[in-house]
Design a protein around this ligand. Structure first.
Ligand code: ATP
Ligand code: MG
Length: 181
């Protein structure tokens, strides 16, 4: 599976619509401190279903919405879309391209999730993503501090990391869901 494109508007420092195309096997993003590099990875995790405000480096979820700058007014909505190449059918869909969108409104705190522009529940996004091993907690995102926390983890915590990598976690989640019904 391949992340082809990210589209962001009103997310953190990206007030205007920004489209980033990933055309190659490896993409490096460089720039001075504070220019928004980590905001891009925050945007990816946000669409993948991140609900932890702290791990998005904020105090409230609405902190992901562009808050204004010296020459720009704040905006009311943050929207991020991830476009995946699904030609290898890694995601459970017959479509060659899948767009996953998350929106958040500042005025009423309303959250919206869309798959291919159709409104869905957060659970639908999480299920789609979990099947691919790309979940927000999976090892598809290795952030600063992950390596040392792995080295320092207790055996039981380390086991959870291996279960994620081996794809066992999704079955555990489904088992818990079915037991709670
Ligand atoms: P470093 O190299 O230091 O890691 P970076 O390129 O990763 O820097 P980020 O952390 O992505 O930088 O971006 C930080 C910038 O994003 C700060 O200038 C901060 O003011 C801005 N920012 C974060 N949230 C918002 C928001 N809601 N509205 C406007 N700007 C924001
Ligand atoms: Mg950074």
């Amino acid at each position: 599976m391949f992340l082809k494109r990210i589209e962001m508007q009103g997310f953190k420092s990206f007030a205007d619509k920004v489209v980033i195309q990933f055309d190659h096997d490896v993409t490096g993003i460089v720039g001075p401190n504070g220019c928004g590099k980590s905001n891009i990875t925050d945007a990816i995790r946000w669409v993948l279903g991140e609900q932890s405000v702290k791990s998005l480096r904020g105090n409230a979820m609405t902190d992901v919405i562009f808050a204004g700058s010296a020459d720009r007014r704040m905006v009311n909505m943050a929207e991020v879309t991830l476009v995946f190449d699904n030609s290898r059918r890694d995601l459970n869909s017959e479509l060659d391209e899948i767009e996953v969108t998350r929106r958040l409104y500042r005025n009423n705190g309303e959250a919206q999730y869309l798959i291919n522009r159709n409104p869905v529940r957060l659970k639908d996004v999480v299920d789609l993503i979990l099947d691919s091993g790309l979940g927000k907690d999976s090892l598809s995102m290795i952030s600063q501090g992950n390596i040392s926390s792995f080295a320092e983890a207790k055996p039981i915590e380390r086991r959870a990391i291996f279960e994620d990598a081996a794809g066992v976690s999704k079955y555990k989640k489904r088992k818990l869901e079915s037991l709670s019904k």
